[in-house]
Design a protein around this ligand. Structure first.
Ligand SMILES: Nc1ncnc2c1ncn2[C@@H]1O[C@H](COP(=O)(O)OP(=O)(O)O)[C@@H](O)[C@H]1O
Ligand SMILES: [Mg+2]
Length: 223
């Protein structure tokens, strides 16, 4: 994990539907995110936070505009390069999305399972669980873990590809305020120790004020 990505978004547009039912979810958004910073993406529900994260992570394709990550024009990548780019980005979701039948360490290692790597995947998973503070629970199933612990597993899983960019979509949306503080502490520590760039969608002002910068969306536009 060496350094963070610089992300430059220019005139990005994404709409859903067509004709009278068309909805512009992201409307000509331009922004620059400096490497090694944590940026909060704020705005009411439906303001376009998730869609913007999906465009940056290339989970969805923009209608127009560009996403540049470390000078790579993500919006122009072919299928193979796009898959590789997606794997290089870490994603954390509100609902953790852990596989219920797998232990914590197997959930963390899961993204690497299809690939040949020159290290022990389980060993690396355990190291990451140590980093996120639950190394002692590596054999637990998700159902045996609290919400905050499950989110730590999900963060460890996001780290397995050594991302320079971490996209977190309301990562504390299901947690109480004490757990929220702990998870944000963890994300900011990862920024500081690994120099990672972190984008956090949130509607909690407390979370936003702890970040280096805030981007506020309203109806798909930066305000
Ligand atoms: N797959 C989709 N199909 C249709 N509309 C969508 C889709 N995804 C998001 N939207 C719409 O786009 C707007 C922005 O949604 P979203 O990015 O999820 O906002 P937020 O994450 O800020 O709540 C909303 O009006 C939402 O209903
Ligand atoms: Mg959302």
């Amino acid at each position: 994990m060496s350094g963070g990505s610089v992300v430059v978004v220019e005139e990005l547009v994404k709409s859903f539907g067509s004709g009278a039912g068309q909805l512009v979810a992201v409307d000509k958004v331009s922004a620059r995110i400096e490497p090694g910073t944590a940026v909060a993406l704020t705005g009411a529900s439906g303001s376009g936070k998730s869609t913007l994260l999906h465009l940056i992570g290339a989970i969805e394709r923009a209608d127009s505009g560009s996403v540049l990550v470390d000078k790579v024009e993500v919006t122009k990548l072919g299928r193979r390069a796009l898959a590789e780019y997606r794997r290089s980005v870490g994603f954390v979701f509100q609902r953790y999305h852990l596989l219920p039948a797998l232990t914590a360490e197997d959930n963390v290692a899961a993204p690497l399972l299809p690939f040949r790597v020159d290290f022990d995947k389980r060993q690396r998973a355990r190291e990451l669980l140590d980093i996120v503070g639950i190394g002692d629970r590596h054999t637990a199933l998700p159902s045996q873990l609290s919400g905050g612990q499950q989110q730590r597993v999900a963060i460890a899983r996001a780290l397995i590809a050594s991302p320079r960019l971490l996209l977190a979509d309301e990562p504390t949306g299901n947690l109480d305020s004490a757990r929220t503080t702990e998870i944000i502490d963890l994300l900011l520590t990862l920024r500081d120790t690994h120099g990672m760039t972190i984008l956090i969608a949130t509607h909690e002002q407390d979370v936003a004020t702890r970040c280096n910068q805030s981007i506020h969306l309203q109806d798909g536009r930066i305000v």
